[in-house]
Design a protein around this ligand. Structure first.
Ligand code: NAD
Length: 296
């Protein structure tokens, strides 16, 4: 069997790293997967589940002889990790990441690459609110999109290889400028996560203030809206710190719209409320229909 990746090293063996390893193994795309993680227990679990074929907690040791390295740690540890592994990378290796923020991370990772090694920034737009290797599964990326963020310095062959990897696991690859990626994701992902965390906080404070069971009467709308507030706090802290400018812009924009809504509620302006609810409902239905068609 001619695997197109002989040895893949996954640094940060959690939901995303574990799922890519599983998906590539299941499709016979990879000869050997080595896991590297800060915590040994994740690596032992990964072995037990057959997600990886070997492991080490030493990142430099882990990347030796690897054709491809995926860094799937929380975003604030991506650049330090890439700097640490740089001396262990073999010429011709391709390093990529899965971080939810690109911008400066991509530039710093590119700058850290030794001669003959290339970095390609990546972000699979797929995930769940669960984390850890035990939450990983081989079909996570099927029907998803992956954004790759090449720069003027990105090698064509490296971009092609990373594209083939994501396509092999069922994802549609698009390319985007790293800064533009961060603005788009601040709007579509980062702001909604902040809102979900915040509404749980608001209701929790209310429950304490009024000493009554607010959550006992939380209906399915609450469950739908707040599902993503079960996401990993370290990951989301890092995303907020790393994409601060774009997230602040989105919070301000959202705040202005919330003030408008507040004004209409205060004024009893039913026409305006009805108009905005109808517009938003139509937009959501249209976007989801298009998305469904686009995924086929
Ligand atoms: P996860 O918590 O499931 O896994 C991360 C793993 O990295 C954990 O096992 C953790 O122990 C390990 N780790 C942390 N710091 C490390 C370090 N310095 N060195 C080695 N290992 C380290 O997280 P995840 O959901 O798989 O997310 C991984 C990356 O993918 C993040 O950058 C995140 O922004 C991005 N991402 C997540 C999602 C999602 O929905 N979960 C989607 C797309 C991209």
């Amino acid at each position: 069997m001619a695997f197109f990746i002989k040895k893949l090293t996954v640094i940060g063996l959690g939901l995303i790293g574990g799922s890519l390893a599983r998906a590539l193994k299941e499709r016979d795309c990879v000869g050997e997967v080595v896991g590297v993680n800060r915590t040994r227990s994740s690596l032992e679990k990964g072995m037990e589940l057959g997600v990886i074929d070997g492991f080490t907690t030493d990142p430099v040791e882990g990347v030796r002889g690897a054709n491809m390295v995926l860094v799937a740690t929380p975003v604030r540890s991506i650049v330090p990790t890439v700097r640490v592994i740089a001396p262990g990378l073999m010429p011709g290796a391709v390093v990529t990441d899965a971080g939810s923020v690109k911008g400066q991370i991509v530039l710093d990772c590119e700058a850290a690459m030794p001669e003959g090694v290339h970095f390609v920034g990546g972000h699979p737009i797929a995930g769940t609110e669960h984390s850890g290797v035990e939450a990983s599964f081989a079909t996570l990326f099927e029907g998803s999109r992956t954004i790759l963020t090449p720069t003027a310095g990105t090698a064509k062959d490296a971009l092609e290889l990373v594209t083939i990897v994501w396509e092999a696991v069922g994802s549609r690859v698009e390319t985007m400028d790293p800064r533009h990626h961060d603005q788009v994701l601040a709007a579509t992902s980062h702001l909604p996560h902040l809102m979900a965390y915040n509404i749980v906080k608001t209701l929790s404070d209310l429950e304490n203030d009024v000493q009554s069971e607010v959550f006992r009467f939380a209906a399915s709308g609450f469950r739908d809206f707040t599902r993503i507030a079960s996401s990993d706090p370290t990951m989301w802290r890092d995303i907020c710190l790393e994409n601060r400018g774009a997230i602040l812009d989105m919070i301000d924009r959202f705040g202005r719209d919330l003030d408008l809504l507040r004004g209409w509620v205060a004024a009893g302006d039913g026409d305006s409320l009805h108009r905005i609810f109808a517009q938003s409902r139509d937009t959501r239905d249209r976007v989801l229909r298009v998305d469904k068609r686009g995924r086929r």
